[in-house]
Design a protein around this ligand. Sequence first.
Ligand code: MRU
Length: 369
Amino acid sequence: MKVHGQPMRTIWVEPDGWSVGIIDQTRLPHAFATLRLTTLEEVAHAIRSMQLRGAPLIGAAAAYGVCLALRGDASNGALEKACTVLAATRPTAINLRWALEEMRRTLQPLSASERVSAAYRRAAALCDEDVAINHGIGTHGLPLLQAAWERKGKQGRINVLTHCNAGWLATVDWGTALAPIYMAHDAGLPVHVWVDETRPRNQGASLTAWELGQHGVPHTVIADNVGGHLMQHGEVDLCIVGTDRTTARGDVANKIGTYLKALAAKDNGVPFYVALPSPTIDWTLDDGVRDIPIEQRDGAELTDISGRLPSGEIVTVRVTPPGSPAANYGFDVTPARLVTALVTERGVCAASPEGLRSLFPERLRGTGT
Ligand code: MRU
């Protein structure tokens, strides 16, 4: 996508041919800054601290983390250590495990001397695959917005609600949930996006609003608790969100608060779509509520909040009384029964074992359902 009119991805290999560049998402929307990562530890820190975040981008960064680790030592031990360090950064997004398995599968059969160049080739290919997957999700999601427009008799605007950031900042490019929105906007459809602020880290207010603004897509930031009210008053034509892990039966883990949006959508007959890149499917699990690990992060992310003063200074202030404990759950699980459809790079399907296998028949033998 474009930043200040210049096409850009969220992760790249620097001109030196080995170090890795990223956008520092903790500085957005107030500052656009990039970081140069040179070691495994710096990549692991960037994932843990959320300088980069979003399931697909976490996977891509992990692949480059393996590349940086193997530059110093390309032995089996070094490969395993890199995968262990990276796998421990965040628990919910399955793309992390998927990317590390891809790197292992590619590199284990090779001799140490072949591994570094092969690792960089696989990481680069993985990034290109992510871009193609997201473009496919956009292409298959666009007709859903066009259908909503038709349902409205092509009057007014198409009001789409989204939660967290599942845009190009969360991937290598295009985004997942936002890809159909960008394509609809570029096709001249009057799309307007209700952007959930997405407490406590405000991925909606700080990242989704920023990238929609960069692309000129009309949007309005709302408090997380507003979506249900807007649905009751017919102000939402459809919801589309991303996912960090979707099980073989269609249970969807995504940013905390997504489940509550799905409940409100169901109660108001509003279609609730999930944009699902295939690396985000966990074919080993069925019951998402029972089995998907849910990240818990530092309570300070909830008790403190950062923002910009009129002077431009970025400050952090406390919003809770000193001594009040805080619990900071990062994700929740929306059961398949609340999901209208999954939008994948291969097409749109029901959130069910049959639906997923209709698009991924090669998985017929794999799942336990
Ligand atoms: O904690 P985050 O910001 O990494 O959470 C991100 C989300 O929940 C996204 O919706 C999800 O990763 C999909 S990104 C295409």
